[in-house]
Structures are given as structure tokens and as C-alpha cells.
Design a protein around this ligand. Structure first.
Ligand code: CAA
Length: 686
């Protein structure tokens, strides 16, 4: 795991722990020994620490955090490095994250390649940099830059690192080995970071916390990060390090960090399909076709264009194409204005885009994604046509959010090539892609879809075929519950507050206003069968008409609406329903526990591979708060499945006859076991 090689008077210590050079116990042991030997060896005048493979290091081995971390400890190794009488250089390529960057901060000098990235992403795991990062980074770059990096967790480029003093030398190219040893040879004395002092206006910490209040509210780690950086200013290094470590130990056993670590490993697990033959080779995707230049088609196209993959977009009318391309262009310009892409990158992306009214133009595409509206007949017609024109081996995908991929595949002569790729709106931004596996979808088609999703920066999750797949199927009982409770006597604010208090950006009713209450509406103003019909008939379609369940101000903030309330009241009266007080417990059961119940059914039916995949869907597609781990983790670890079942039982009468408890959920609750264990006992999921 650690290799050394003497290059003249410079000892190179190489971290070799694929895939990401995590600093697990083996690496730490090797590193400690190599450093001690180098310090004692009179032939060694300087030391370079470098990583092999793709990265310098992705930091501590996160899987060690569930138990006592074995010795030697990373902070001790970094202290050893910092007090070395010989200059130590950290040579960074790829990325230095978390403990990896902290290791580099303990070195006396840092050289990095032009495309290297530097970051302290610990906050995303609900912890803080626990190997000196909060004490050394401010000493090098100052308090404000350090707070920004540590509390946001966002990485910076090597160039930015050089600008703020974090990187001493930018390598000329990615070939780092020789440049690093040559640099080390020029250094004559150590330069311990801990010997530096840092000062700051005491007000800066409060100002930073206030400015970032919306992002850090309710989260333990960012607050500890701010306090730890404050310690760097007011305490000597040794005491500051002690304070940082105390925060680390407190956070790492906390609920939030446990949930966030579950998220980290679940997201990576979700990208894997358990039953694919090992030898499955993904197909090559060099060109993508998109059918439909609407909001979804345009957003989906942008993902491929940004990843350098040419796209041909096809629609029925030139006007639709022109409008769609103009929207893509505007979205790119907005991204460039925010500094997330350069004008040159936008230009390159746009040159990869072609458009046509002729389906025949899709003949040479390796993947064709249909993104027209939800109508089975239209989709079937499109797939029958694709079957005629697509080249052999092309993957034919539908972006349907509810409909059966099997029914769509059946109109083609090649159902093995058909798969669902359900992107979420706005498709250029939302990370989630549900990869819908039809009964006949070929193994290499699935493997390609998973790979490609990662290549374009998405989080893939596999779903089997059912109405609404994983995410939207769970959404349905949540929405029904929210609407029904309005009619039964709850106010919209009361219903939505439960989800917002949990940490979601908005509640189910606000979400409906955002998506449009008119979605799926029959458009007959005289036919009022639901409160939704009544609101739509009154022109209250949601944010798009400026009003829905809520009124909206000019900043699109929801306001209680007397007009909507009187429509709800009138509908209630007409339906002969007597309003009653609705408790927070009932709202929780009927908007949140019902989702968990549906999730358990999805798991039981084998629609999803694992309970944690359901969490990944809701975290990445519906903004479920990450620090609670996702709905299934939340129910299992933070609420308790017995409480979930008890409450669902308590309100089952109000939910009507269509409600039924998942046997898997009941069994897990009764046996006090996890969903996965209960599933094993049921023998379901296959
Ligand atoms: N510890 C343990 N395993 C890790 C890891 C880590 N720090 N980082 C990545 N891995 C594992 C992943 O789980 C994955 O394993 P599987 O193949 O078994 O699923 C494998 O390495 C590859 O990871 P990715 O699929 O994520 O690879 P990628 O190339 O897409 O991304 C990465 C690479 C950007 C480094 C990403 O893995 C990442 O962000 N890792 C976490 C970085 C991080 O949070 N570091 C801080 C750790 S905490 C710390 O350092 C505390 C401290 O103060 C000492």
C-alpha cells in the first residue's frame, strides 16, 4: 500500500491503495514507517509524498468510521510529517480530498497538476476534517477562504489553490513524478504549517453563519466546522487540534453522520446491478438521438452535449425545434453567467447539437431517447417507427415516468434493446435517472445505461416495471393523503409544514403547485369530481397561473389563499364532509409513512434491488433531506418501524379501502428487524 523509491537525495513515498488511495489502516501504517525511516536516513535530504493511480488521495477510509479507528491515527502521522526536520512535499494529481488534503496540509510544500482538485468534503458526511484540516487550512489561506472550503465542502481547482496560497507550485503538466522530485531538490528547509499564526475579525464567524443560515440550518457538522476554525484563531495548534478531534468524535457517532454515510455508500451501491453476468460489456455510445424538443428532451440533450457526446434532436414541427434549441441555448448561457461553464465550453456543446424533422436522421445513433408526452399510443407509434430506422444494436429508450416499458418494447422486433431512462425535471440539473428494466431488456443494455448515466454525471438507480416506477409510485399516496386532508379540514400550511420541518425544500401541496395542478386534468370546467378539479376550473393551476392551492407573491413565495380556501370549503360542503381537526401525527402518517409503506411494497415485489436504492431515488429526485438518509433509512433508524406501522394502522380508516399495509413492513416491524432482513425471511424480491 506504500511504496518508496529513492531518487537521488529525494525519497518518494507512494500511496498505492486503489481505487481512490483511501487512507485506511494499512496505508497509515506504511506511511508512518516510511516517514520515520526517511527522517532517520542520512541519504535522504527531502521527501515527496505522491499517489499512484487516478488520485493523490480521497481521504480517510469512510468504512472505518463505524467502529473504533485502528492505530496509527492519521492526525499523528500528519504531526510526524509536519515536524520532520527534512522538507516534505505533497505532490497532488487528480484530487486531494478530506484526509488526503489534510495530509498535504501537514507537508511543508505542495505542488499540484493543472487539473487537480482540492477539497474538504467531510461536511457532506456529517463530520468535519478531523486530521488537522480546520487548524492548518486557515493558517495557510486565511479564515474566510478556509471557512468557505470547509463549510461548503466544495472542491477548488489547483489554479484557485495557487491563487490563495494553498498550492506553492503548479506543475506544467500532468506528469508529476519528475517535476515533484525536482521541486523537492530546490527546497532546503522544512516549513511547518502549525508554526504560522492566523488572525481574523471575531465578527467574521457570525457573519459567515448568518450568510449561510439557509444551507446549514438544522445541520450539526457545519456549525462544528465554524467553531473549529474559530479555534484555529484563538488557540495554539496543539489545543486547536484537540478541539477539532473532540468535534470529530462527537459528530462521527451522531445520527446525522451515520445517515450521511449510509447515503454515501448507498449511492455507490445503487449504480450496481447484482445479477448482471460479470463478463457483460457495455455497448459503445458515440451519438445520441432525442425525440421531442420540449422541456424534457432539451434538458436530457444538454447532459450529453456537456459530456461531449453529439446529439441529434428530432421533432414534428420546425417551430418546436427552434423553440427547444433556443431554450437549450438560454440554459447554457445562464450556466455560463453563473461561472459554471466557460463561453468556450458552451460553444463546444452547441456545436455538437443538430436538429431535424426527419426520423431517418436518427439511423446512425447508438442510443435514441423518446421524450414526448405521456401517451401510450404515441409512444408505441414512435417505437414501431424506431424499429424500422434504428441501426442494429442501437439502444431504444423511453423517458416515460409512469408507463410500461414492456408494452412499449413489445411493439418492436428487438425488445432486448429497449430500456427506460426516466430523467427528472429539470433534466439538465437533477441527478437522478431511473433505469427501467423491462422483462426482456438485455444485460448489456442495462450495463450501458448505468455506465452512461455516470458518464454524464447522473445517479442511476434500477427499477423494475410498475406504474410510476420507484419514485412516482411512492409519490402518489403522498399526494392523495395531502389533498384528502385538505378536504377533511387541514390547512395547506399545516400539511406542508410537516415535510418542511423534516428538511424538505417544500411540502407536497407546494410541490403540486410547482408541477401544475392541471397535469392530467380533464379540462372540463363543469365536471368537478375532486378538489383539484375545482381549483383547476377556477383557473388556479399552480405557479404557472400565479395561483393554485396557494397564492404567490412576485418572488414566487407561497402565501395562504382565502380564495383557494373557500373553493376547498365549498367542495367539502358539497361532498357532505364535516371538517375536523387533523393532528401532525396524522399528516406525518398520511404524507410520509404512506411512502415508506409503498416503498416496502416496491421492495417486496422486487421492483427495486435494495431498500437503500429507494433512499437514493428520493434523495436525488425529490430533495429528501440527506441528513436523514432517505425515507426507508429514516423509517428504520430514526422513527422505528413499529411506530410507522402503529400510526398507519391508527389512520388507516381515514385513508379508505384502497389503503393496505405492506406485509414486509409489518413483518420487519413485528420482528424488529431491517427491511432487508425481513425480505430475506419472506424470500421475496426475486
Ligand atoms: N473511503 C472509503 N471508500 C471510498 C472512499 C473513501 N474515502 N472514497 C471512495 N471510496 C470507494 C467508493 O465507495 C467506491 O467503492 P465501490 O467501488 O466498492 O462502490 C470506490 O471507492 C470508488 O468510488 P467512486 O465510485 O465514488 O469513484 P469516483 O471516481 O466516481 O469518485 C471520489 C471518486 C470523488 C474520490 C469519490 O469517491 C468521493 O467523493 N469519495 C469521498 C471523498 C471524501 O468524502 N473524503 C473525505 C473522507 S472523510 C475524511 O477524510 C475525514 C478526515 O478528516 C480524516
Amino acid at each position: 500500500m506504500i511504496e518508496t523509491s529513492l531518487q537521488g537525495s529525494v525519497l518518494e513515498i507512494l500511496i498505492a491503495n486503489p481505487p481512490v488511495n483511501a487512507l485506511g489502516a494499512g496505508v497509515r501504517k506504511g506511511l508512518e514507517r516510511a516517514l520515520r525511516e526517511a527522517i532517520l536516513d542520512s541519504a535522504v535530504k527531502a521527501i515527496v509524498v505522491r499517489g499512484t493511480g487516478k488520485f493523490f488521495s480521497a481521504g480517510a477510509d469512510i468504512s472505518e468510521f463505524d467502529n473504533t479507528i485502528p492505530d496509527p491515527q492519521l492526525p499523528d502521522i500528519i504531526n510526524l510529517m509536519e515536524t520532520s526536520p527534512k522538507p516534505v512535499v505533497a505532490a497532488i494529481h487528480g484530487l486531494a480530498f478530506g484526509g488526503g488534503l489534510e495530509l498535504a496540509l501537514g507537508a511543508h510544500y505542495r505542488i499540484a497538476t493543472p487539473i487537480a482538485k482540492l477539497g474538504l468534503p467531510e461536511v457532506a458526511l456529517g463530520i468535519l476534517p478531523g486530521a488537522g484540516g480546520t487548524q492548518r487550512l486557515p493558517r495557510i489561506v486565511g479564515v474566510e477562504a478556509a471557512l468557505e472550503m470547509i463549510v461548503s465542502g466544495a472542491p477548488i481547482s489547483a489554479a484557485k489553490g495557487a491563487e490563495i496560497g494553498l498550492i506553492d507550485k503548479l506543475a506544467e503538466n500532468e506528469d508529476l513524478a519528475q517535476q515533484a522530485t525536482a521541486y523537492a531538490r530546490t527546497l532546503t528547509a522544512p516549513r511547518p504549517t502549525g508554526a504560522r499564526e492566523v488572525t481574523a475579525d471575531p465578527a467574521v464567524f457570525e457573519q459567515f453563519a448568518t450568510k449561510n443560515a439557509r444551507k446549514i440550518d438544522g445541520l450539526d457538522a457545519p456549525k462544528a466546522c465554524i467553531e473549529a476554525v474559530r479555534a484555529a484563531v484563538i488557540l495554539p495548534l496543539a489545543q486547536g487540534l484537540e478541539r477539532e478531534l473532540a468535534f470529530f468524535h462527537e459528530l462521527v457517532v451522531g445520527q446525522q453522520s451515520e445517515a450521511l454515510r449510509h447515503v454515501f455508500f448507498s449511492e455507490r451501491m445503487a449504480a450496481k446491478i447484482d445479477d448482471l453476468p460479470k463478463e457483460t460489456t457495455p455497448r459503445k455510445i458515440a451519438k445520441v438521438g432525442i425525440i421531442g424538443a420540449g422541456t424534457m428532451g432539451g434538458g436530457i440533450s444538454m447532459n450529453f452535449l456537456s459530456a461531449g457526446i453529439p446529439v441529434t434532436i428530432v421533432d414534428m414541427a420546425q417551430e418546436a425545434l427552434d423553440r427547444g434549441i433556443a431554450v437549450i441555448c438560454r440554459n447554457y448561457e445562464a450556466t455560463a453567467a453563473k461561472g459554471r461553464l466557460t463561453t468556450e465550453q458552451v460553444g463546444t456543446a452547441m456545436t455538437l447539437l443538430t436538429s431535424s424533422l426527419d426520423f431517418g436522421e436518427l439511423a446512425d445513433c447508438d442510443l435514441i431517447i423518446e421524450a414526448v408526452y405521456e401517451d401510450m399510443d404515441i409512444k408505441k407509434r414512435i417505437f414501431a417507427r424506431l424499429d424500422e430506422i434504428a441501426k442494429p444494436g442501437a439502444i431504444l429508450a423511453s423517458n416515460t415516468s409512469y408507463l410500461s416499458i414492456d408494452d412499449i418494447a413489445d411493439v418492436t422486433s428487438r425488445p432486448g434493446d429497449v430500456v427506460g431512462l426516466h430523467f427528472f425535471s429539470p433534466a439538465n440539473i437533477m441527478k437522478l435517472v431511473e433505469v427501467v428494466r423491462g422483462a426482456k431488456t438485455a444485460a448489456d443494455v442495462l450495463a450501458t445505461a448505468m455506465d452512461l448515466a455516470r458518464r454524464i454525471g447522473k445517479q442511476p438507480v434500477v427499477s423494475g416495471v410498475c406504474y410510476g416506477f420507484i419514485g412516482n409510485r411512492m409519490l402518489l399516496p403522498r399526494i392523495d393523503g395531502a389533498i384528502d386532508m385538505l378536504v377533511e379540514g387541514a390547512t395547506p400550511q399545516q400539511v406542508d409544514r410537516i415535510s418542511v420541518d423534516l428538511g424538505m425544500p417544500m411540502g407536497p401541496l407546494q410541490m403540486m403547485d410547482l408541477a401544475g395542478l392541471d397535469l392530467g386534468w380533464h379540462r372540463d370546467v363543469s365536471r368537478i369530481e375532486s378538489v383539484r378539479d375545482a381549483l383547476c376550473a377556477a383557473g388556479r393551476w399552480g405557479q404557472k397561473t400565479g395561483c393554485g392551492i396557494y397564492d404567490y407573491d412576485d418572488k414566487r413565495r407561497p402565501l395562504p389563499s382565502p380564495a383557494a380556501q373557500s373553493i376547498i370549503d365549498a367542495f367539502r360542503e358539497k361532498s357532505g364532509i364535516v371538517p375536523r381537526a387533523i393532528s401532525d401525527e396524522e399528516i406525518t402518517a398520511r404524507t410520509l409513512y404512506v411512502m415508506v409503506n409503498e416503498g416496502a411494497k416496491i421492495l417486496e415485489e422486487g421492483i427495486t434491488q435494495r431498500a437503500s436504492d429507494i433512499d437514493v431515488v428520493w434523495l436525488n429526485g425529490y430533495a429528501w433531506p440527506r441528513h436523514t438518509g432517505g425515507p426507508m433509512y429514516w423509517a428504520e433508524h430514526l422513527v422505528g418501524l413499529e411506530a410507522v406501522v402503529q400510526n398507519l394502522n391508527a389512520y388507516s380508516r381515514s385513508m379508505g379501502e384502497s389503503f393496505s399495509l405492506s406485509p414486509l413492513l409489518v413483518r420487519a416491524a413485528t420482528n424488529r428487524t431491517s427491511f432487508e432482513d425481513a425480505r430475506g425471511k419472506l424470500g421475496a424480491g426475486s
